[in-house]
Write a protein that binds this ligand. Structure first.
Ligand code: PAF
Length: 292
């Protein structure tokens, strides 16, 4: 293919996407779907490759959803590069890229939103009011538009995965949610489109998130499963990075996201989750542990 030529089928309207997917669905082909905000990195591409492998048809959406950004958040400056995204998506084997604009997704102010209660009150839900309502609403819309058999989500956003799984269960949405492991840079920093905002020194120090979580995971594996102990271990480690400004360090049950007191019970799953600011950039990361 000539340099610059994009062959992935790029669709801007809901009507057109439904029209294109209908014959595939009718002939029994399975559809794998990965919704994205764009500005793809290797983390997105690994999910797309998996969707490609596990389904007959691979569909992505690229849509920076205004509903999930707060008034003082980075909606306007969220990194965007549609041409590069489409090229990467094509290389990863996408058949259809759905790239609606805001008017296509929200032709009028929305009066109907999806609110998943309880699990959205903590972690990012506490500091980003309305965020998960925006996420759940757009994800439900996209699932209704695409009608996939499987939808793929990265576990860096573990709370988002819990919210979507709950929504799909509560509303009987006929789709299998496939959680996929977090992809990391060679020094352990979780891949994120927002990493491009970091200055070189912030980027160097940001590795502390994964280091702190790894230390806590090792402590838990060695039997130190007390939630308070794990929380202070991670918080202390992050505090040692001078540019890190922690928003939360939490140890909760997963996926119910209930606070834990004392030692985590054997046979349960817990999440150690962090949100830390480096300058204007907010990074999140987590580890999920099976307690033995
Ligand atoms: O995780 C994201 O990229 C977004 O929250 C999602 C799922 C694409 C919804 O806008």
């Amino acid at each position: 293919m000539k340099q610059g030529e994009i062959k992935v089928e790029t669709i801007r309207t809901i009507r057109e996407l439904r029209r294109k997917l209908a014959p595939h669905r009718q002939s029994g082909r399975s559809i794998g779907f990965m919704p994205t905000l764009g500005y793809m990195h290797e983390g997105h591409l690994s999910l797309i490759r998996r969707a490609r492998k596990e389904n007959d048809i691979a569909v992505i959406s690229i849509f920076v959803n205004p509903l999930q950004f707060g008034p003082n958040e980075d909606f306007d400056r969220y990194p965007r590069d549609m041409e590069r995204d489409l090229r990467l998506a094509q290389e990863a084997g996408v058949d259809f890229a759905f790239v609606p604009d805001v008017r296509e997704m929200y032709p009028e102010p929305v009066k109907t939103t999806v609110k998943v209660s309880g699990i959205t009150d903590r972690l990012c839900g506490a500091s980003r009011p309305g965020h998960f309502e925006g996420v759940a609403t757009v994800v439900l819309k996209l699932l209704l538009i695409v009608g996939p058999d499987r939808a793929y989500f990265g576990m860096k956003d573990a709370q988002q995965v819990a919210v979507i799984e709950q929504m799909v269960k509560d509303l009987n949405v006929p789709v299998a949610i496939v959680p996929c492991p977090t992809l990391r840079e060679s020094d352990g920093l979780a891949m994120s489109s927002r990493n491009v905002y970091l200055s070189p020194e912030e980027r160097r120090q940001a590795v502390v998130l994964n280091q702190a979580l790894q230390e806590a995971a090792a402590a838990a594996a060695a039997g130190r499963t007390d939630a308070g102990y794990l929380r202070s271990l991670v918080a202390g480690r992050i505090a040692a990075a001078p540019l890190a400004d922690p928003e939360y360090v939490e140890v909760l049950s997963y996926p119910s996201l209930e606070p834990l007191e004392g030692r985590a019970q054997p046979g349960t799953r817990i999440i150690i989750a962090v949100a830390v600011r480096f300058g204007k950039t907010r990074l999140i990361d987590n580890t999920i542990l099976e307690i033995r």
